[in-house]
Design a protein around this ligand. Structure first.
Ligand code: NAD
Length: 338
C-alpha cells in the first residue's frame, strides 16, 4: 500500500536513511527539516519542506502539502553534552517542537506516529540488559526532553486516540550499505565515525602517534576498563520503523508503545577501536582522557519486545560488518578528515 508519510528530520543521519527506504518502498514522502544538522542532498525522492518544528506555521505548511497518513519524528537536538550546557535549546526543540507536531497532527486528523526515542530516557542502568520496563530516570536534559516527548505522546494516546511506537535506539551506527548515505555530524561525537576519521588521517600520511582519538575513561568496571555500548546498524533501525508503521496501520500497536532497538550485544570502546583497526587496516592509536560526566559503564538493550511484537531481528549482528559500511562510506568522501 502506497502511503503518504511525513518524516521530520529526514535530512539527518537516521532520517535520511529512512527516507531512502520509504521512497524505495514506493511511499510518498514529505520531509520537514530546518537543515540545522541535516543535508539537503540527503532527501532524494522526497518533497523537502524547509522549516522549523518550533514554528507552528512551518509545521502547518508540511501538513498542508497533502494528506498525511503517518508521521515519523526524527527531528531533535541530540548532543548530550550540549544539552547540559544549553538545556533551553533542548526543551525548545525536543519538547515544544514535538508538541507543535502533535498539535498539527490533531488538526490534520493524523494519529499514527513512529518516534525516535533513546536509551538516554533510562538514565543509569539498574539492571542489564535494559528492557522497556527499566525505570526512566534520565541523567541529562537530552534524555529528559525525549522522555517528556514520550509522556506527551502517551497522554495524547489516552486523550485523543493517538497510536505511537516510540523506538528507543541504543547506539545507531554504520552507513547505507549501498554507500549513498552516511553519517555527517559536525561536530561528530559518535565513536565509530571518530575512530574512522582517525584511520583516514593515518591513511592520508598522518603520524599515528599524533592521534586525535580520545577514550574517555579506562577505569570503568568492565573487562578492559572502557565503556560498553550496544551498536545497532542504521539499516536495521530503518527496518524496525517500517515494521512499526505496519503494526500501527494494522491496529496491532495502539496507544503508546515503546520498543528498544539494540542487538543485545555490548562492545567496549577498546573493542570498537580494535575492530576498526582490523576493518580499515590502519594503525589507529588513542589517548586516554578523563571520564565524561554521566557516562554509565554499560548500556546494553534487551530488544526481546521488538522481536516478538514487531517481528524485528537485526541483520547486522557483527560489529565488523557495521564498521565496514561506515568505512566504505567515509573512504569515499572528498575531504573526510578535519
Ligand atoms: N544517532 C544516534 O545514535 C541516536 C540514538 C538514539 C536516538 N536518536 C534519535 O534519532 C533522531 C535522529 O538522530 P540523528 O543522529 O539522525 O540526528 P541528526 O542531527 O543527524 O538529525 C536530526 C535532523 O533533524 C533536523 N532538525 C533538528 N531540529 C529541527 C527543527 N526544530 N525543525 C526541523 N528540523 C530539525 C536536523 O536538521 C537534522 O536533519 C533524534 O531524534 C535522536 O534523538 C539518535
Amino acid at each position: 500500500m502506497k502511503l503518504s508519510i511525513l518524516v521530520t528530520g529526514g535530512a539527518g543521519y537516521i532520517g535520511s536513511h529512512m527516507v531512502k527506504l520509504l521512497v524505495r518502498e514506493g511511499h510518498q514522502v514529505t520531509v520537514l527539516d530546518n537543515l540545522s544538522t541535516g543535508h539537503r542532498d540527503a532527501t532524494a525522492g522526497a518533497k523537502l519542506v524547509e522549516g522549523d518544528l518550533r514554528r507552528e506555521a512551518d509545521v502547518a505548511r508540511a501538513f498542508g502539502a497533502g494528506r498525511i497518513e503517518v508521521v515519523m519524528h526524527f527531528a531533535a537536538s541530540c548532543y548530550v553534552g550540549e544539552s547540559v550546557q544549553n538545556p533551553a535549546k533542548y526543551y525548545a526543540n525536543n519538547v515544544i517542537g514535538t508538541i507543535n507536531l502533535l498539535e498539527a497532527m490533531r488538526r490534520a486528523d493524523v494519529s499514527r506516529l513512529v518516534f525516535s526515542s533513546t536509551c538516554s530516557t533510562y538514565g543509569d542502568p539498574v539492571a542489564l540488559p535494559m528492557s522497556e520496563s527499566h525505570p526512566q530516570l534520565p541523567v541529562n536534559p537530552y534524555g529528559m526532553t525525549k522522555l517528556t516527548a514520550e509522556r506527551a505522546m502517551s497522554d495524547y494516546g489516552r486523550a485523543y486516540g493517538f497510536d505511537t511506537a516510540a523506538l528507543r535506539y541504543f547506539n545507531a551506527a554504520g552507513c547505507d550499505p549501498e554507500g549513498e548515505l552516511g553519517e555527517r555530524h559536525d561536530p561528530e561525537t559518535h565513536l565509530i565515525p571518530l575512530v574512522i576519521k582517525e584511520a583516514l588521517r593515518v591513511r592520508a600520511g598522518g603520524n599515528p602517534e599524533d592521534t586525535q582519538l580520545n577514550v574517555f575513561g579506562d577505569d570503568f568496571d568492565t573487562p578492559d576498563g572502557s565503556c560498553i555500548r550496544d551498536y545497532v546498524h542504521i539499516a536495521d533501525l530503518c527496518a524496525a520503523h517500517l515494521l512499526a508503521m505496519e503494526r500501527l496501520l494494522g491496529g496491532k500497536v495502539s496507544g503508546f508503545n515503546a520498543f528498544n532497538l539494540g542487538t543485545g550485544k555490548g562492545y567496549s570502546v577498546k573493542e570498537v577501536i580494535e575492530t576498526c583497526r582490523h576493518v580499515t587496516g590502519q594503525d589507529i592509536r588513542y589517548k586516554i582522557a578523563t571520564r565524561r560526566a554521566g557516562d554509565p559503564a554499560r548500556l546494553v538493550a534487551s530488544a526481546a519486545l521488538a522481536r516478538t511484537e514487531l517481528g524485528w531481528s537485526p541483520h547486522f549482528n557483527e560489529l565488523s560488518d557495521i564498521v565496514d559500511t561506515a568505512w566504505r562510506w567515509f573512504s569515499r568522501q572528498p575531504s573526510p578528515t578535519s
